[in-house]
Ligand binder design. Sequence first.
Ligand code: FE
Length: 203
Amino acid sequence: MSSARECGVCWYRYEPAAGDEVWQVEPGTPFEALPAHWRCPRCDSPKDRFLPPKEEPVVTALEHLVARYEQAAVRMKDLPVFNPALRVEAVGFHEFQGGQLGIIVTPWFMNLVFLPGPGAASPPREGERRGRALPAGTVDFVGARFDDVGPFESCSLFSPMPNFESAEVARATAEEALLLLVAPPAVPPPSRRQLFTQLLGPR
Ligand code: FE
């Protein structure tokens, strides 16, 4: 089976199924079967400059979401709420209730985030508050949406983040919080206040 090749100079793409009108190459001609004198119909580069095309990377909704907050961080960096010791990070995302659940850490907030997948129930509208049953208890999420991410749900855990001295501490806290929420110990679930006191010490 023959696949497409791209010109390393001008990125012209040779598709075997289409052939090449310029050189009168029949549709269905594999790249390997092109005559040795065949050259790029666009830039005249020789055949040996052609390479297998790079696969388009699949950018997930989560990667889009992280990119969004990284862009926002550039704009936020001079504001008092911005903790320069921290960075944007997605922590512990895993399949959950037909979507993905995890924590987004940024230099100015830490949110529990649910990204609905194809199997998830209809997401809340922007700004709409809706309870989601987690193993530790029902947690209120607020509907949000970015064009490149699609709809998602957020629950604020910390905002802003002045008490975190490093990105490692923030990540460890996020991991611990997520664990308490999705795999709580077999004791009554902690209240939000207890949870935060447990994680950070009294403030
Ligand atoms: Fe070319």
